[in-house]
Design a binder for this molecule. Structure first.
Ligand code: PDD
Length: 286
């Protein structure tokens, strides 16, 4: 089945979707994005993703050409046209093209470029969700506005590539001795005292939608938590560690820099949180 994608008002086969070589997303990474999980053919936590998109646009003075309500209709139509049951919808908005390479923002009236496409992938049943992943720590070399979901993702690509070359699955990024987040996910530990810890919101990290839901779930299920930056040493000494994102939900972290976390297998708090999150997600999309 040919994938149908959305580009600037049209639903077309993916091979017919064309963007100018002068598009500012291509030349300057002048673009923002969102990834919303799809379960049972329905969008999960999409209000949060669209609200964050609005934040990214506002911070960059990027004009959204359609309302958030219309965006959701487009997402739903793509899911239907591609008969997607499980996976994600990717959405990207760039500042468009003036037909040349100019650093200055384009004059008013230049249309932004809006593209969306679906990706089929296993979200609920995934080997890494069961077995966990190994991460290494790497310096966080990204720009300072990580609260804005920009498409300039070379640093995370390099981090993942280097992690793979070292036999690991992913990386925890580190600044001033403290873990900021994962390459494309939020980072968590469970301390020896059983407290869930993740870095507080600031411009240092992406304000994860899954992160927010997990904190709400922890609160509802009386799991003690603290929003606090943790060091690499604290991560090594943690009883458990895990990552969260829209496309992974929760994946346990079983080793950091070659050191086993806890007994080196996914821990009970991590497994319980994933189970609760998955149950809630399945209910929300039933
Ligand atoms: N990444 N931190 C970073 C740097 C991310 O790129 C992401 C998401 C997250 C988790 O946010 P959320 O829970 O809202 O997905 C945290 C997406 C999945 C991606 O780039 O594909």
């Amino acid at each position: 089945m040919t994938r149908i994608v959305y580009i600037n008002g049209d639903f077309v086969p993916e091979s017919d979707a064309k963007v100018s070589i002068f598009d500012r997303g291509f030349l300057f990474s002048d673009a923002v994005y969102e990834v919303t999980a799809v379960l049972n053919g329905k969008l999960l936590e999409n209000a949060g993703h669209l609200a964050r998109l609005a934040h990214s646009c506002a911070e960059l003075k990027l004009h959204l050409p359609v309302t958030l309500a219309r965006l959701e209709e487009i997402q739903q139509e793509l899911i239907a046209r591609n008969q997607l049951r499980e996976g994600a919808v990717y959405l990207q908005l760039s500042r468009g093209s003036t037909g040349d390479r100019e650093f200055d923002f384009p004059p008013a009236g230049v249309a932004p470029t809006l593209v969306l496409f679906t990706q089929a992938r296993a979200v609920i049943t995934h080997a890494k969700a069961v077995n966990g992943i190994k991460v290494i720590t790497l310096p966080d070399i990204r720009w300072r506005r990580r609260d804005i979901k920009v498409v300039g993702l070379l640093a995370p690509c390099l981090a993942k590539e280097y992690a793979h070359s070292q036999g690991a699955d992913d990386a925890f990024l580190v600044e001033d001795g403290l873990v900021t987040e994962g390459s494309a996910c939020n980072a968590w530990i469970v301390t020896a005292q059983g407290t869930l810890v993740t870095r507080p919101l600031s411009n240092d990290i992406l304000h994860g939608i899954t992160r927010r839901s997990l904190l709400e779930l922890a609160s509802r299920h009386a799991i003690p938590f603290e929003e606090l930056a943790f060091s690499v040493e604290e991560a090594y000494a943690a009883r458990e560690a895990f990552i969260s994102s829209a496309t992974t939900f929760i994946w346990p972290v079983v080793a950091i820099d070659g050191k086993a976390i806890g007994d080196g297998s996914p821990g009970p708090v991590t497994r319980a949180l994933r189970e609760i999150y998955v149950a809630q997600a399945l209910m929300a999309t039933a």
